[in-house]
Ligand binder design. Structure first.
Ligand code: SF4
Length: 223
């Protein structure tokens, strides 16, 4: 566990602007060069003992339910690297009446375990992340997530070539629905990035997402 925070606003994707609490888990299987949460996984730069702690399902669930949350966003890091331990928490929150969204980079297939309990916000990483394609794009996993019926796909566009890569990826895997959003850790960068994405979004039938939390709070933690 990295941090629990909220209520705040979901900052990106189809639930943008909705009041939510966040459960941020530690650990990631990728190392994107523009990652905005390196304190969840980069133990060369951050102290794991200070940044990560174990918490029981009961303790996390109790914290969430004490914050009057309709929407719970489970994020990371990469939450699905611990999907077996995550399932009881998601089931408990769902049973308590919460809507649950799980943010994932699309490299881990959790099977059908979550389909009755959560939406999966799948954010595969494009070449601008600096990661070799065979580490960040797992076609078999993306097809399985697409077939789950509970996945949406959102892509951070950090350089122009990311657009061409996304067009080809969508052609190959028929990913849908798709949101695109700009990379950036301050409002001006996000605003400029959104401007460059309007044309491609309209041309290719993608939804356009801002990064509301960045516009409001920059890269402040706990937002
Ligand atoms: S997948 Fe997400 S958490 Fe992991 S390194 Fe990339 S941006 Fe950061």
């Amino acid at each position: 566990m990295a941090e629990l925070f909220g209520p705040t606003l979901q900052g990106e994707g189809p639930s943008t602007g909705q009041r939510a609490v966040f459960v941020r888990l530690s650990g990631c299987n990728l190392d994107c060069r523009w990652c905005d949460t390196p304190y969840t996984w980069d133990w060369t730069r951050f102290d794991q003992a200070a940044e990560s702690r174990e918490m029981s399902v009961e303790a996390v669930s109790s914290w969430v339910l004490s914050h009057d949350a309709d929407l719970v966003v489970i994020t990371g890091g990469e939450p699905l690297i611990q999907h077996r331990r995550l399932l009881p928490l998601v089931m408990a929150l769902h049973t308590a009446g919460c809507r649950v969204e799980i943010e994932t980079n699309g490299t881990v297939d959790p099977g059908s375990a979550f389909t009755a309990y959560a939406r999966l916000n799948v954010s595969p990483k494009l070449a601008g992340s600096g990661i070799p394609a065979d580490r960040r794009i797992r076609p078999d996993v993306l097809r399985a997530l697409c077939d789950s019926g509970v996945a949406i796909f959102k892509f951070v566009i950090s350089e122009p070539s990311d657009i061409a890569e996304l067009v080809e990826l969508q052609r190959q895997l028929d990913l849908s629905p798709v949101w695109v959003m700009p990379q950036g850790t301050d409002h001006q960068t996000v605003l400029a990035g959104i401007g460059t994405l309007v044309g491609p979004a309209l041309q290719h039938g993608w939804n356009l997402s801002s990064r509301l939390h960045v516009s409001l709070w920059g890269d402040e933690r706990g937002r």
